[in-house]
Write a protein that binds this ligand. Structure first.
Ligand SMILES: [Zn+2]
Ligand SMILES: [Zn+2]
Length: 295
C-alpha cells in the first residue's frame, strides 16, 4: 500500500511546503508588506546611519542592531511558517451515540446536534468545564482552543489569526511571536534614538564651521531624518501591541478570551481557563517557558 503523508489528506485552508514541515495560510500580501516594513528601514539604517554611528559613537551599536534584526526576522518567519497547534480532525466523529436514546443521559434535547451532543462537560482541578463540539473538525474542543475561520482548523490555545504573519498564533508559535513583537519594538527604538543621535552630531559638527539650518542638517543626513519619523509611526503600532500582549500574558489570558469577555457582560469569564495560575509571574513563566507541543 502506498503511504500518503498526513498533510496531503488535510482538508483545512493551510498551505504546506517541504513535505509538511513548513505551513502557512493563504493570504500572502500582508505578510510580504510586513516583511518589507521590517527589512527596508533596517537595511537603510544599516547603509546610511550605521557607518556614522560606528565611527563617531561606538562599533557595538551597529553590532547589537544587526543581532536584533536577525532575531526579529527569524522569529517572524518562524511564527509565520510553523504549525500554530492545529488539533487533528475526526477525533470524536460520532461520540457517545448510544447515549442519544438513554433516558438517563445528562444531555437535554437542545444540546444535540447532528446526532452528537453539542457540548460535554469535563472536570479539571475540581471544576467543571464545558467542551464545545466543532462540526467542521468533528472534535470536542479542549479548553482555550477555538476554530479559526481563515485557516478552517481548531487551534490549541488560539490567541488570534494574524493577517500580517499569515498564520494563527497558538500554543506552538506564541513564543516566537512574542519574541518578534518585542525585538521589532526594540528595533524601532534603536532606529529612532540613533537616527536622532546622527542628526544631533551632524548639527554639532556643522555648528563649529558654518551657520546651521534645518536644511543643512537634513541635506547631510536625509535618510536618518525620514527613518526617525517612519519608525516612530511603526513604534506606536508594534509597541502598543507588545504592551497589550505583556498585559495578556501577566493575566494568563489570550486575545481571543479578552475579546470574548469584553463583548460579554460577565467579566468573571476572563479567568475562565483551567490553566490560569492567579499569579502574574507564574502566568508569564507558563506562557514563555512551557514545552512546545508536538505537531
Ligand atoms: Zn474546528
Ligand atoms: Zn488562522
Amino acid at each position: 500500500m502506498k503511504l500518503v503523508r498526513n498533510y496531503k489528506l488535510f482538508p483545512g485552508r493551510n498551505k504546506f511546503f517541504c513535505g509538511g514541515r513548513l505551513m502557512t495560510s493563504r493570504e500572502y500580501w500582508a505578510f510580504i508588506l510586513a516583511l518589507i516594513l521590517l527589512i527596508a528601514p533596517s537595511v537603510l539604517f544599516g547603509i546610511f546611519t550605521c557607518p556614522f554611528i560606528w565611527e563617531h559613537v561606538h562599533p557595538a551599536i551597529p553590532i547589537v542592531f544587526a543581532y536584533l534584526f536577525v532575531l526579529s526576522l527569524t522569529s517572524m518567519i518562524k511564527t509565520s511558517w510553523t504549525d500554530p497547534g492545529i488539533i487533528p480532525r475526526d477525533l470524536d466523529p460520532f461520540p457517545v451515540l448510544e447515549r442519544y436514546e438513554d433516558p438517563g443521559s445528562p444531555y437535554s434535547e437542545s444540546m444535540w446536534h447532528h446526532g452528537v451532543p453539542s457540548q460535554k462537560e469535563v472536570r479539571i482541578k475540581d471544576k467543571t468545564w464545558t467542551l464545545r463540539y466543532c462540526d467542521t473538525c468533528r472534535i470536542y474542543r479542549p479548553p482555550r482552543a477555538s476554530h479559526c475561520r481563515q485557516c478552517d482548523n481548531c487551534v490549541e490555545v488560539e490567541d488570534h489569526h494574524c493577517i500580517w504573519l499569515n498564520n494563527c498564533i497558538g500554543s506552538r508559535n506564541y513564543r516566537p511571536f512574542f519574541v518578534f513583537i518585542n525585538t521589532a519594538t526594540l528595533l524601532c527604538l534603536f532606529v529612532i534614538v540613533f537616527s536622532i543621535v546622527h542628526l544631533l552630531l551632524v548639527w554639532r559638527e556643522q555648528n563649529t564651521t558654518q551657520q546651521v539650518t534645518f536644511n543643512s542638517v537634513f541635506d547631510a543626513a536625509p535618510v536618518s531624518f525620514v527613518l526617525a519619523i517612519v519608525c516612530l509611526v511603526l513604534l506606536l503600532m508594534v509597541g502598543g501591541l507588545t504592551l497589550y500582549h505583556c498585559s495578556l500574558i501577566l493575566r494568563g489570558i489570550t486575545t481571543h478570551e479578552q475579546l470574548r469577555a469584553s463583548v460579554m457582560t460577565k467579566h468573571s469569564d476572563l479567568s475562565a481557563n483551567p490553566y490560569n495560575k492567579d499569579n502574574p509571574v507564574l502566568n508569564m513563566a507558563t506562557v514563555l517557558c512551557r514545552p512546545r507541543p508536538k505537531r
